[in-house]
Design a protein around this ligand. Sequence first.
Ligand code: ATP
Ligand code: MG
Ligand code: MG
Ligand code: MG
Length: 466
Amino acid sequence: MKSTEIRNRFLQFFARHGHEVVASSPLVPANDQSLLFTNAGMVQFKDVFLGRDRRPYTRAASAQRCLRAGGKHNDLENVGYTARHHTFFEMLGNFSFGDYFKRDAIRYAWEFLTGEMGLPADRLWVTVFEGDDEAARIWLDEIGVDAARFSRIGEADNFWSMGDTGPCGPCSEIFYDHGPGIAGGPPGSPEADGDRYVEIWNLVFMQFDRDREGRLNPLPKPSVDTGMGLERMAAVMQKVTSNYDIDLFQGLIRAVGEVLDLSDLRDKSLNVIADHIRAAAFLVTDGVVPGNEGRGYVLRRIVRRALRHGHRLGATDPFFYRLVAPLIREMGEAYPELARDQAHVEAVLKQEEERFAETLSQGLRLLEQDIAGLKAGGVIPGATVFRLYDTYGFPADLTADIARERGLSIDMVGFEREMTAQRNRARAAQSFRGDEVVVAGETEFCGYEEVSVPVRVRALAAGGRT
Ligand code: ATP
Ligand code: MG
Ligand code: MG
Ligand code: MG
C-alpha cells in the first residue's frame, strides 16, 4: 500500500466517523512564539484545546507536516542512525475537542489498524501511562488486548506535552513488532530504543494546560489528540523494516543517486540527504530563509549537513537544489504549495549551497589535519570546533556529525567557552558604542537545550524565538 493511499485512507476513515478533514498548517506556527516549528498535528489546534478558539466542528483529522529539528522535540541527531526518525515527517492525526475521550479514541485506533489496515493483533503492543487505570481497563477488558503485549510506562514516554507550557496529558501508545532479527526490545524494556518495536501511534488524552510555573491546570473539556507517523505506518504496510525503504523515500534516494551519479544506493548518507531535502524544501516553502539565528539557523544547519553528506559521496557541483523537482514528484500532489513555489525554493537552496561550497572543503581539510592524530574515542578540541564555526561556517552539530562517524566526539564545553569569549569581545565593542544590541549568534543554540548552553543564551532562547 503506497504512502499516498495510507494518507487518504486515514482521512477517509475519520471523515466517515464524523471528523472534519483539515489541511496541514505550515511548519512555522501561526501566532505562537513559544514554539520553533510545528512538531505535531495538534499545534494548529492548540487554542481550540485551550478553549480560546472555537470551530464549527468538534472532531477533526489531518495529515500534518512536522519538523523535529530544534526545540523540545529534536530528532536531527537520530537521522542516519535510526530507521524510524526523520527531521521532516507527516503526522496523521484525529482530534476530539471536548467530544469523545479515551474509549472512542482507543476504539477508532484499534479499528483502523486491525480493520482498515488489516494488521494482525499479535504484532501490536500497547502502552498506557502508569497511573491511567481507565485506559488500561479499556484496552484489556473492552478491546481484549493480550496482557503479554501491554505495559504501563512512566511520565518520560507516556505523558505528552507540546512544549514547556500548553496542553498536555497522559497517553497510550501503539507499537508494531517488526520481528526478531531487528535490534530492540519491547516498550518499557531496557532495549526499547531500537528499531524492532516501533512506535506507530500516540493517543494523547489531553486533560491539562501546563503553566509557566509547571502547574497542571485542568482543561475546560477533556480532549483527544493523536499522532501516527505516516512513514512508519508505510514501512509496516510495505513490509519493510526501515522508513527509508518505503516508496516515497526510495523515489527520493534514487534521485539522489542520479544527481550524484552513484551506483550504490545503500550508503546512509543518501538517507540523510533524502531526509534533509524534505525538511529544507518545506521550510523554504513555509517562508524560512537560511540565516544565523532562530528558525533560519536551523534551516542552515540542515542544509549544511546535507551538503557535507553530499561531499562525502563525492559531490563536486551544486546538487541539493536539484532534488526539489523529484521531491515534488513524490509529494506535490498532497502538498500543492510545494509545487507552486518550486522556482523560489530551488533558488534559495542553490544560493545557500554556493555560499557554503568553498568553505566546506577548506574546513574539512582543516578538520582532517586537526584530527589526524586522534584515535577512536578521542575528543575534537573546542578551539577546532570554534574555528570551523567561526571561519568556515560549520555549525557545531555538523562537526559533531562528522566526529560521530569516526567514533570521536566534540568538546562542547570548550566550544562554548570560545563562544562566550567571542561574545564578550563583541559586547565590549558594542558598549563602547553605547548600543544595546543582541549579538548575532546568541540565539543560534536554540536546538541545543540538551547540552549545556550558557545561561544567558538559554534565557535569550526562552524569551526569543524558540
Ligand atoms: P519516538 O519515541 O519514536 O521518538 P515520539 O514518542 O517522540 O516517537 P510522538 O511525539 O508521540 O513521537 O509523535 C507521534 C507519532 O509521530 C509517533 O508515534 C511516530 O509514529 C511519529 N514520529 C514521531 N517522531 C518522528 C520522527 N522523528 N520521524 C518520523 N515519525 C515520527
Ligand atoms: Mg521522539
Ligand atoms: Mg515515544
Ligand atoms: Mg510518542
